[in-house]
Write a protein that binds this ligand. Sequence first.
Ligand code: ADP
Length: 275
Amino acid sequence: LKVEFSVIRRETGFVTGLVAVLTDVTEQEKTDQERRDFVSNVSHELRTPLTSIKSYSEALADGAWQDPNIAPQFLEVIQSESNRMIRMIANLLDLSKMDGGQLQTNLEYIDFKRIVHHILDRFDFTLASGDVPKKYTIKRELTTRDIYVEIDQDRMTQVIDNLMNNAIKYSPDGGLVTVRLIDTQNSVILSVTDQGLGIPQKDLPHLFERFYRVDKARSREQGGTGLGLAISKEVIEMHGGRIWVDSIEGKGSTFSFELPFTVFDLDDEGWDDFE
Ligand code: ADP
């Protein structure tokens, strides 16, 4: 809050009044501060993988390339850190498009249940192919009704992938991930429940902020960018929905989102008029 005072005087110089103007500058300052924090976060986040790439490549150049045990490991670090940077930059570009309202959306009426099955089939398939760092079991509890929702299929897939990957990433090997899809009169709710680490109460309000992580080291180790949930929130809000988390530390977490949904009713189409 900014306060400005002006003094009202008579010609004789006597002060006869005081005017106070109160201006609410908090919003403006908050956005300025957020922008400064964001730029400093981005710089820091990009410098971290770059520093590893630099030091591992220097070590290789200094002779480690000749050691057949060490060289492949160092190259792998360089590759995974470069990939993480590429993912981070792609995520940042997405977020900046969303901020500027320039993200193209391709909205279509699609049976949401079918998309969820499709994504979970892919996770099951990857597991069966054995090409996974961690095992998991997926339990599906999906409504049997067809639910047609107007969505951008690619963006929605990105959100569900992200919640699924997190559920697996932040759980012990072999964890159970339960996916529920329920429909109410005017919304559909998808939730992903894991039996993993859980999230401390104090971190819950910040989880959807850009670059916020409960455990930075663990997130990086798993190749995380710290932007997945921030993007998911933007995408869900773009669809007129909301996203939230319930969690108990040490027990597990449930990430849910809700999208508006209207049951198509023939009466709404004006058929009554023909009676
Ligand atoms: P990251 O790339 O770090 O996974 P996200 O934006 O997807 O970034 O998630 C932000 C943070 O939220 C993670 O670093 C992690 O601390 C926490 N988190 C997300 N999903 C889960 C989960 N299922 N269980 C426990 N912690 C989670």
